[in-house]
Write a new protein. Sequence first.
Length: 445
Amino acid sequence: MADLLRIGATALSTYRSALNAVGENVANSQTPGYSRRIVSLAEVGTGLNGARSASASVQFNGVSVESIQRNWQERLARTAWDSGSRLGAAAVKQTWLQAIETRLNEESAAIGASLSAVFAGADRLAANPGDRTLRVQWLGRIDSLTASFRQTHAGLRDVEQGIGDALAYSVDRANAALVQLGSINSALKVAPHGSALRASLEDARDGQINALTEELDADIVLGPQGEVSARHGSAVMIDAAGARTLRTINHSDGTRAVAAINAADIVDITPAAGKIAGHLAADATAKSQLSAINNLALSVASRFNSWSAAGINQSGVSGSPLFQGADAASLTALITNPDQLAFARAGQAANANLQALSASRGSWALEEGWTGISTLAASQSAAASVEHGAADTLHQSNLSALDSVTGVDLDQEAAELLRLQLAYNAAARIVRVAQETINEVIQIL
């Protein structure tokens, strides 16, 4: 009779644990990163010496929870980690390249339109070079051109600063994930295999791997205890010795990089995917566009200053420089008096220098230079959008494949819940029958 009670008691305890696992599945059906729990049951037998055993036995003695495992596949998870890294890079590049394109083409700072307005104003002045009103208007267009360069430069600088801040944030997120993985590694080494605790730790581990690989394409290795080691090329980020620290490096030439720091050991990281890779690529693009804008500004200043020096003003004095500045940010107009504009040439007509300006418009290719800058930005932005769309589609497909294994099907859980409830009720009935039988025996005695 004691054996009957023992069978019922073990069954009640076991099915209670199984019901708890089903309840956890249902409660976390919408929790990101949660993997469905599978409860494995095993017979408990009594050996020849009377000891309880879950192995082959002489006599059945109840049931117990053998293990609680996650329904998870490493291959599918790795595929999702990889596509998540690619999506992270693509999303970041799309955001920043669109921002660069927007800043270059802001209506209030349209360099191309301002350049065209300067040449168009010169063409009007060629018909009436002595018109003071037209001269004043032309100086205004020169001022507008310098303002366009300064505003565009400032806008690109803002984008560059934003990229730097976002890069620092991504590095902080990667460091936070590495620290959490270090703690999880320690806990996994002592967590019993097949326990609910280990399953929860493995879910937490996968969540931090997701966070890490979203920031950069780390090479992930899972050890025999489920512990994580990660590296990128020769740079170790986490291993049995613990987590390293990632840091943003600002080089003297203005470029940025990321390195893994371990005491005095500094190893550069050049990620090909992940948000950090996207930030670094966008930063290089922003710097390239800034350089192009600066070069165009210097070319504008050089061309117009040389043109002005070739002419004479209304007093017969050689023309003064129109512009000064070391880059687009410092480009300013020097002439404020319309009488000082050198529209004539010695011994020639009063509009000879203006005519020379119109003739030089095509060979100077200043407007074409601007068109090349804006067209490149537009093509880069469009390519980034296409890349992001493809990366997002691939990642969603990989997530769906993983979710088909790890996800919770509420209909399946409802059927499992019903089955386990019936088993639990049967175990309770066994205990009641044993108690009633014992009571009747006692009454007989």
